[in-house]
Design a protein around this ligand. Structure first.
Ligand code: GLN
Length: 486
């Protein structure tokens, strides 16, 4: 049964369709795996065993009734705890939402229910998705399945760790500055950040609304395509949702990379990046060349400003989005004698350190005297970053580089130095600022047996290129088949 928990969704789908296993059996296997492994990994804020078994039984009944079921039917998946689930606790790993049970589903959750997917639980994250290690969770720390002394990455660390450790067949994460790709890279799984607007944000607890996107975390690229198929597409409930009719992403799996032009930005190689990461990424690019791709040098001259730009835009938006947590609308309320004191105590006690730091940074960047110097300027640099990509994509079809500058770092290593933590997202952030899409696929291991991720970046709505190239690479390598020791 343990074996089932190591299989990708597309294999589970086939087993379910051939009736070699029922969804209830499969779900029991995952719940048993969770009971065994979760004490060491701590990937979940809540495990929804009863709900999962109920959904599994319903999927089995539909199959027995002869219904033609979609690929995710009966397959246990995990959902990051910043996506609203009707009747199921949604904490955002924050004390301020510790008791929040949403009365509605996020659109992505509705879509998964529509496919009859099984929800095995809500995953741990950095509080309000602010962080790169899941250490900013107000609930608990999550441990990397490859080495429990290390972080799983973040902010979708729970989702990545759950998939890597076989506690869910696939998961949803959210990515504002790298939060799907960086934990996928740290945990040795696949993570895809869709183009801004491709996946609805309705029911995603907002962090930075112009950057946030939901996307899949999976064992392999085919599963990423299946999950993306389920969640992509226009949603009238999200005014930033694109009017774009998504193709069947699995139709690009076999397209290959012959003639594909891979751009190598010189800004992505060089100092600051761990030599083992550089070597693994360079070998991956050579593998893509062997498969028929060609490489070209490209420039992203404004990328040195990406981290600074992001930490102005993202904090400004966060300071506004988080104003709603006042002890009146939702969740936690601190007792006080008058309303002003109530607001102040609720927010002081309800938010963690990093969230408060971001609210202060963002409020400052937006304040009357500093708006032009900080927020407005960050918007201008953001445009320059977007134009860098436009120019680069005139010369190439995808851009390749590392997902993160290092493999998973040690727990506690960066907690006292927020800037060092922010730099963990140096290669992922500019993709969000430009609104384009990117994927992280496993491309090797360090001497310490820690996974390394290759990032491929494509222009807006270029997910087809990501899936084609990442799948071709994956099929020519074995990295995605390795399992963590847990
Ligand atoms: N690590 C980045 C941050 O702390 C990105 C987080 C994310 O993508 N949600 O803001």
């Amino acid at each position: 049964m343990i074996d089932l928990c190591a299989k990708p969704i597309h294999e589970l789908r086939d087993l379910l369709r051939r009736r070699e296993v029922s969804s209830v059996e499969l779900t029991r296997a995952f719940l048993t795996r969770i009971a065994t492994v979760e004490p060491a990994i701590q990937a979940f804020v809540s495990v929804t065993g009863d709900l999962a078994l109920e959904q599994a039984a319903a999927a089995d009944a539909a199959r027995s009734a002869g219904e033609d079921l979609p690929p995710l039917a009966g397959v246990p998946v995990a959902i990051k705890d910043n996506m609203c689930t009707n009747g199921v606790l949604t904490t955002c790993s924050s004390r301020i939402l510790a008791n929040f049970v949403p009365p509605y589903d996020a659109t992505v959750v509705t879509r998964l229910r529509g496919q009859r997917a099984v929800f095995c639980g809500k995953t741990n994250m950095d509080e309000f998705a602010m962080g790169s290690s899941t250490e900013n969770s107000g609930i608990k720390k999550t441990f990397n399945p490859w080495d429990p002394a290390r972080v799983p990455g973040g902010s979708s660390g729970g989702s990545a760790a759950a998939v890597a450790a076989g506690m869910a067949a696939g998961a949803l994460g959210s990515d504002t500055g790298g939060s799907i790709r960086q934990p996928a890279s740290f945990c040795g799984v696949v993570g895809l950040k869709p183009t801004y607007g491709l996946v609805s944000r309705y029911g995603l607890v907002a962090f930075a609304s112009s950057l946030d996107q939901i996307g899949p975390i999976s064992r392999d690229v085919e599963d990423a395509a299946l999950l993306l198929n389920a969640i992509a597409g226009h949603d009238p409930r999200d005014s930033t949702s694109a009017h774009f009719d998504p193709p069947d992403y699995t139709s690009f799996l076999q397209r290959g990379v012959r003639g594909l032009r891979i751009g190598l930005p010189k800004e992505f190689s060089g100092e600051g990046t761990d030599p083992e990461v550089q070597a693994a990424v360079a070998a991956a690019v050579r593998k893509l060349e062997e498969l028929g791709a060609v490489t070209v040098e490209v420039e992203l001259p404004h990328s040195p400003y990406a981290v600074a730009t992001y930490y102005l835009c993202a904090t400004a938006e966060a300071s506004s989005n988080l104003a709603r947590y006042d002890g009146v609308h939702y969740g936690f309320r601190a007792p006080a004698d008058n309303v002003i004191e109530m607001y102040s105590r609720t927010r002081s006690q309800g938010f963690g350190e990093e969230v408060k730091r971001r609210i202060m940074l963002g409020t400052y960047a937006l304040s009357a005297g500093y708006y032009d110097a900080f927020y407005l300027k960050s918007l201008r640099v953001r445009t320059l970053i977007r134009r860098d990509f436009d120019a680069a994509f005139e010369k190439c079809d995808v851009i390749a580089g590392p997902t993160a500058p290092t493999p998973a770092f040690r727990i506690g290593e960066k907690t006292s130095d927020p800037l060092a933590m922010y730099l963990s997202d140096i290669f992922t952030i500019s993709v969000n600022l430009a609104g384009i899409c990117a994927i992280s696929v496993p491309c090797g291991f360090t001497e310490d047996n820690l996974p390394v991720g290759l990032q491929l970046i494509a222009p807006s709505f270029g997910e087809d290129r990501l899936i084609a190239a990442a799948h071709a690479y994956e099929q020519a390598t074995e990295w995605h088949r390795r399992r963590p020791p847990v």
